[in-house]
Write a protein that binds this ligand. Structure first.
Ligand code: PLP
Length: 426
C-alpha cells in the first residue's frame, strides 16, 4: 500500500483524520499479535475483550478446521446441526438455573436486541402489553439502535438521539448512593408497564470500567422479581471468566431471566452470540397461532463453524484448569492493583476478577481527553496494546498472559504516567 493508494476500509471507532494509518497484523499467538515485519505487540486488552485463552488457541483452531471440512453453513429455520445442538445443551448445563432455551445470533449487540425482543414479545403474546425498558446510567449494550437506546446517551449516539426509544434510566450505584439505585428502580417498577431491566453485571465496560458491589445486583434482581419484570444480564463482556467467575452474576448469586453472551463465547476466535431464556418466554411464543412466532433471524444464525468453535471453548473450560488460570491472573492483577493504589499518579484503582482499571491523574478527563490518543501511541511504541477510555486505563489480558508479560504492561503504564506532566506542558 502506498500513500497514493489508500485503503478503502472505514475502521470502527476510528477518527481517520487523526489516525490515517492502521497497524497491520499478520499473526497472533497466545497474548501476542505480530506484524508482517515480525514486530510483536502484547495484547493487554484481549483484542477488544474477546480473546480469553489466548490467540489461536489450539483446540479451538482444530475444531474450526474440522467443522469447515464438514459443513460450512446451513439455513437455521427448519434445519439444525450437531455443533449447535451440542453447544446449546452444553450452555444450558453451565448456565444459571432457570435458563432453558438458546437463541443464536452473531454479535453482542444482536444478542441484546434479541433479549429485548424476547421480553417485549412475551408480554405482547400473553396479552399484558408492557413496553417500558429500564437500564442503568453510563451503560453500554452495543451500537445497533436497540443497543444504543438502552445504552447511555453519549456523544457516540448523539446524531441518532432523536430516533432512539425512551428508556427508564436507573441511577448508577456509585459509592454511597447504592440505595438510590434500588429506590428508583422500585419506584419506576411500581409505576407499571415495565417489561424488563437490562444490566451489565458488576462492571460497566465501555462506560468507563465502572464497578459496583454484588449486593446491588442481588437487590436489583429482587426488585425485578417482585414486579414480574424480566432481569436481562448482558454478560457479553463479563462472561467466560472475565469477572473472576464463569459469569459475573454468580458473584451475586443472581439467576437472570435472560442472559446475553458473545465475545468470549468462542474464546474470541470467530463471531457468535447467544441469548438464553427461560421456558415461559419460549412457551409464550410457541403457539398454533402463527402471529406469536418469534420473528427474528440473521443469515448466519448458529453458523456451524462458529458453533464448533464455541463448543470447543466449552470443552476447554471442562477439561483444562481454566478456573485456576483465572485465579492466578486475578492474583497477579491484585498485586499490581495494590502497587497502583500507593501511587499518587493514579486514582480510583479498581478490580473485578481479571480486570483492573483506574484513572490517570491528568489535567483533562473524559473520553475525548487529549491524553487518550497520546497514551495509546505511547503504549504501542512500547509494544503494548492498551486502549484507554480517555484518562481511564484498563488492563484486561487473555488468561494465558505470564507474570513477566503482565509486568511489562504495568511498567509501560508507569512510564506513561511519568510523561503526563510533560504532555500537559507541551
Ligand atoms: C461489547 C459489548 C456489547 C456489544 O457486543 P458486539 O459484539 O460488539 O456487538 C454489548 N454489551 C456489552 C456489555 C459489551 O461489552
Amino acid at each position: 500500500m502506498t500513500a497514493r493508494d489508500p485503503s478503502p476500509i472505514w475502521h470502527p471507532f476510528t477518527q481517520h483524520a487523526f489516525q490515517p494509518e492502521m497497524i497491520e497484523i499478520a499473526r497472533g499467538e497466545g497474548a501476542w499479535l505480530e506484524t508482517p515485519g515480525g514486530n510483536r505487540i502484547l495484547d493487554a486488552i484481549s483484542s477488544w475483550w474477546v480473546i480469553t485463552h489466548g490467540h489461536r488457541y489450539p483446540p479451538i483452531v482444530a475444531a474450526i478446521k474440522e467443522q469447515a471440512e464438514r459443513l460450512d453453513q446451513v439455513i437455521f429455520a427448519g434445519f439444525t446441526h450437531e455443533p449447535a445442538e451440542h453447544l446449546a445443551r452444553g450452555l444450558i448445563e453451565i448456565a444459571p438455573q432457570g435458563l432453558s432455551h438458546v437463541f443464536f445470533s452473531d454479535s453482542g449487540s444482536t444478542s441484546v436486541e434479541v433479549a429485548i425482543k424476547m421480553a417485549l414479545g412475551y408480554w405482547h403474546n400473553i396479552g399484558e402489553p408492557r413496553h417500558r425498558i429500564l437500564a442503568l446510567e453510563h451503560t453500554y449494550h452495543g451500537d445497533t439502535f436497540g443497543g444504543m437506546s438502552v445504552g447511555a446517551r453519549t456523544l457516540f449516539s448523539a446524531p441518532y438521539a432523536p430516533l432512539l426509544f425512551e428508556v427508564g434510566r436507573i441511577p448508577f450505584p456509585s459509592p454511597g448512593h447504592t440505595q438510590d439505585t434500588i429506590d428508583v428502580l422500585d419506584a419506576v417498577c411500581a409505576e407499571g408497564s415495565v417489561a424488563a431491566l437490562v444490566v451489565e453485571p458488576l462492571i460497566l465496560g465501555a462506560g468507563g470500567m465502572l464497578t459496583y458491589p454484588a449486593h446491588v445486583l442481588t437487590e436489583m434482581k429482587r426488585v425485578c422479581e417482585a414486579y414480574g419484570v424480566f432481569f436481562i444480564a448482558d454478560e457479553v463482556m463479563t462472561g467466560w471468566g472475565r469477572a473472576g467467575t464463569l459469569f459475573a452474576c454468580e458473584r451475586a448469586d443472581v439467576e437472570p431471566d435472560i442472559m446475553c453472551l458473545a465475545k468470549g463465547l468462542t474464546g474470541g476466535s470467530v463471531p457468535l452470540a447467544v441469548t438464553l431464556c427461560p421456558q415461559k418466554i419460549f412457551d409464550a411464543h410457541r403457539s398454533t397461532d402463527r402471529t406469536k412466532t418469534f420473528f427474528h433471524s440473521s443469515s448466519y444464525t448458529a453458523n456451524p463453524i462458529a458453533c464448533a468453535a464455541a463448543a470447543a471453548n466449552l470443552d476447554v473450560w471442562k477439561r483444562e484448569p481454566v478456573a485456576e488460570r483465572i485465579v492466578n491472573l486475578t492474583q497477579l492483577q491484585t498485586k499490581h492493583r495494590g502497587t497502583l493504589r500507593t501511587d499518587t499518579r493514579f486514582r480510583n484503582v479498581r478490580q473485578l476478577g481479571t480486570i483492573v482499571a483506574f484513572e490517570l491523574n491528568a489535567p483533562d478527563a473524559g473520553y475525548l481527553a487529549a491524553i487518550g490518543p497520546k497514551l495509546y501511541s505511547f503504549f504501542l511504541e512500547r509494544n503494548v496494546l492498551l486502549r484507554p477510555l480517555g484518562n481511564t486505563i484498563y488492563v484486561m489480558p487473555p488468561y494465558c498472559i505470564s507474570e513477566a508479560e503482565l509486568d511489562q504492561v504495568y511498567s509501560a503504564i508507569g512510564d506513561a504516567a511519568d510523561q503526563v506532566d510533560r504532555w500537559a506542558a507541551s
